[in-house]
Design a protein around this ligand. Structure first.
Ligand SMILES: *Cc1c(COP(=O)(O)O)cnc(C)c1O
Length: 349
């Protein structure tokens, strides 16, 4: 079941505390003002000053040549993968990583690119030995290994630079290029306490989302070397992602990069607090990393818990069994968290 399903009567504006995902964040007054004031042009002609500024800012911040603004993280990854790989080539990536698990095999469907999934370690990293072992020999029976696609954060886990680097080096030693799905790149930076260039410097291309914890209504970017970004630009057009006066969204992105990256630490602190409360209740297994909390109720009453919380304006995702994911974000402030905590205590108290 989708994490967004089965929430009739609780979703939308009525929810006091929506913990399904950080994608539910809405633009605040400052962001709306920035969007309303955005200088606009036709971005397919390269003439939208706000998009051009956002791309320049991201390229500069991540220490790369160029950036490309795209409507979604999925399209950003896809345009990147298509720019890196030709038909008959393959991408080595984590089996549970978004690129393999949740992007409808777009690279295979649209690019004739094979996806070679490898196991993800419990810490969210790929083992360098596993990466090296997955690289195919030059043999006409086999796909041509071309790209290693990493992810950070993965299920909230911020993969340390040393582990990222070890996996990337294993790929590079075998001649692979390296992509980072950094949908939550800035959460990773916050948790690792490193510079944006430290993480981005480990891979050739990076995809970042502006619409999750950063709070814009839509928008992602692919950042990397000029030649790859130029190829990705053609793919973006072909995929239908060439937007015209996209500066209204880019202005939100610029605002978010200025105002909403440093505050991600608050989301991480609230996630830690929520995890502490859940552990204290002794009602199931709890794990937490960055802005995500995973809770597996020991009594298996997931649906009853979800209904109880929904009645109190607290919305959670997940299916009828297994782990429930709760994601902290800018629109879940201290009073929203208190609401969630009170509702949880009442259910288990
Ligand atoms: C959300 C997400 C994406 C895709 O972003 P959309 O904007 O929803 O298409 C890609 N990778 C990861 C790890 C994500 O969490």
């Amino acid at each position: 079941m989708s994490q967004y399903a089965g929430l009739a009567g609780a979703g939308g504006n009525a929810a006091l505390c929506d913990l399904r995902s950080d994608t539910v964040t809405r633009p605040d007054a400052g962001m709306m003002q920035a969007m309303a004031a955005a200088e606009l042009g036709d971005d397919v002609f390269g003439e939208d000053p706000s998009v051009n500024r956002l791309e320049a800012v991201l390229a500069e911040r991540l220490g790369k040549d160029a950036a490309l603004f795209l409507p979604t993280g999925t399209m950003s990854n896809l345009a990147g993968l298509l720019a890196h790989c030709q038909r008959g080539e393959e991408i080595i990536t984590g089996a549970g990583y978004h690129v393999h698990a949740y992007e409808a095999a777009g690279a295979s469907v649209l690019g004739g690119i094979a996806l070679c999934p490898v196991p993800v370690r419990a810490d969210g990293a790929l083992d360098p030995g596993v990466v090296a072992g997955a690289v195919k020999a030059d043999d006409s029976h086999l796909a041509i290994s071309r790209l290693l696609s990493l992810e950070n954060t993965h299920n909230g886990l911020a993969v340390p630079l040393a582990d990222m680097s070890a996996a990337a080096e294993a790929g590079r030693a075998a001649g692979l290029s390296v992509h980072l799905d950094g949908a939550r790149f800035f959460n990773a930076i916050t948790a690792l306490g490193c510079a944006e260039t430290d993480l981005a410097g480990l891979t050739d291309t990076v995809s970042v989302c502006l619409s999750k914890g950063l709070g814009t209504p839509a928008g992602s970017a692919l950042v990397g070397p000029a030649d790859l970004i130029a190829r990705a630009r053609r793919w973006r057009k072909m995929l239908g992602g060439g937007m015209r006066q996209a500066g209204v969204l880019a202005a939100a992105g610029l605002y978010a990069l200025e105002h909403n990256t440093a505050r991600l630490a608050e989301d991480h602190a609230r996630a830690e607090e929520l995890a502490g409360v859940l552990r204290g209740l002794g009602a199931g297994e709890v794990s937490q990393a960055t802005n995500m909390v995973f809770f597996t109720p020991v009594d298996g009453r997931n649906d009853a818990l979800r209904a109880h919380l929904a009645a109190k304006g607290v919305v959670i995702g997940g299916g009828s069994t297994g782990a429930i994911r709760m994601v902290l974000h800018r629109d879940a402030d201290d009073s929203a968290l208190a609401q969630a905590v009170q509702a949880l205590r009442r259910f288990y108290g």
